[in-house]
Ligand binder design. Structure first.
Ligand SMILES: [Mn+2]
Length: 306
C-alpha cells in the first residue's frame, strides 16, 4: 500500500485504500499553523459519521447545527451516511452541502456509506501511516444492514453481485459491490400522518418486528470482533478501526491489541462521538447538544498513536 504526500490522498484506480498522511506529516508539508499570539498549534483532524442530514429521525435540523464541531478543525473526515443521496439530496443540494463543509474546513473527505454510496469514490481511508483504518462499517455485515427493512432487497441484490468469491473476499472490491447494491434502493416508507401519535407510531415501527431489534443488538455484539479480524486479515497495519453505521457509540479494546471505535450517530437513542487525531494522540470525545447546535464534549478515551 502506497503513501501520499498530503492529506487527503488523491483517488487512484489501482490503490483502493487511500493512505492519508499522518496529521504530523502535514506539519512537514504545510508548516505549523501559527496564531496571532505566536503560539504554534498542531493540525487537528476530526472524524464524524452518520449525520443523516435531511432524515427526519436525525437530530440535525441542518448542517449549520454542526458549526461548533468544525471550529479549529484542519481536516474533516465524514465517515458515511452524511445524507441520503438516493432520495433527499440531488446533485444541486449535495453540491451545496459539500460547499458548507469546505467553507468551514479547508480539507474535507467524504467517505461513502450505505445511504450515500455515491457521495465520493472513497470507501475507506488510512490515517496515521495506516495505524488508523476508517470506513463506514457496513463491510462488517454480509448483507450491509441486517436490521434494515430493506434487508431482503439488499440481500437479493448482493446475491446477484457477489458471483466472484475473490472479489467478495477483498475489502476494496467488496465495498464497491456493497455501494453498487445500495444505489437506487426504494425509500423506506415512514408514517407521515397521525398528528400527536406520529412519534409513537414511528417508535413502534422502529421496534417491530422484534427481530429487527434483535438484529441490531446482534450487530452491536459482533461488530468489534469482526472489525478486528478483518483488519488483521486485510489491513494489518491498523491498530484502530473507526466506524459508524451501527449507531452504537462504543470503544472496545480487543485481543491482539486492536481498538474498535464506533462514533454512533446524530440520532436517538444513543447519539454520537467524534474522533480527533492530533499530533501523536487519538482522542474520542462526546458530542453534546446545546440548543440546536452540537459541540465537542468531554474526552471519553485517549490513545497514543506512536
Ligand atoms: Mn449506515
Amino acid at each position: 500500500m502506497g503513501t501520499t504526500k498530503s492529506f487527503p490522498a488523491q483517488p487512484s484506480t489501482n490503490a483502493p485504500l487511500r493512505h492519508a498522511c499522518h496529521p504530523n506529516r502535514k506539519v512537514a508539508t504545510c508548516g505549523r499553523a501559527g496564531s496571532l499570539d505566536g503560539t504554534v498549534t498542531t493540525p487537528l483532524l476530526r472524524i464524524l459519521s452518520d449525520l443523516h442530514l435531511g432524515d427526519e429521525r436525525s437530530w440535525l435540523s441542518g448542517p449549520a447545527a454542526l458549526t461548533p464541531l468544525l471550529e479549529g478543525v484542519d481536516a474533516l473526515v465524514l465517515n458515511g451516511d452524511t445524507c441520503d443521496t438516493q432520495h433527499d439530496f440531488g446533485p444541486a443540494a449535495l453540491a451545496a452541502l459539500k460547499g458548507f463543509f469546505t467553507q468551514h474546513v479547508s480539507n474535507v473527505t467524504f467517505l461513502t456509506g450505505n445511504h450515500d454510496p455515491d457521495i465520493s469514490d472513497l470507501d475507506e481511508l488510512a490515517l496515521a501511516d495506516g495505524r488508523v483504518w476508517v470506513t463506514h462499517g457496513d463491510v462488517l455485515f454480509d448483507d450491509i444492514a441486517p436490521w434494515s427493512r430493506q434487508q431482503r432487497e439488499l440481500a437479493r441484490r448482493l446475491a446477484r453481485l457477489r458471483h466472484a468469491p475473490e472479489a467478495w473476499r477483498q475489502i476494496a472490491s467488496r465495498l464497491r459491490l456493497m455501494r453498487e447494491a445500495s444505489l437506487n434502493l426504494p425509500r423506506e416508507q415512514l408514517p407521515t400522518s397521525g398528528g400527536r401519535t406520529i412519534r409513537l407510531r414511528r417508535m413502534a415501527r422502529d421496534l417491530f418486528p422484534p427481530t429487527r431489534a434483535l438484529a441490531m443488538l446482534h450487530a452491536w455484539a459482533v461488530a468489534p470482533g469482526r472489525a478486528a479480524r478483518l483488519a488483521a486479515d486485510q489491513r494489518p497495519g491498523a491498530r484502530f478501526v473507526v466506524t459508524g453505521h451501527i449507531h452504537f457509540p462504543v470503544i472496545r479494546r480487543l485481543r491482539g491489541g486492536c481498538v474498535f471505535i464506533n462514533t454512533g450517530s446524530f440520532s436517538p437513542p444513543l447519539g454520537g462521538r467524534l474522533v480527533d487525531l492530533q499530533g501523536e494522540t487519538l482522542r474520542v470525545r462526546r458530542i453534546v447538544r446545546t440548543g440546536e447546535c452540537f459541540c465537542p464534549g468531554g474526552v471519553v478515551a485517549e490513545f497514543p498513536l506512536a
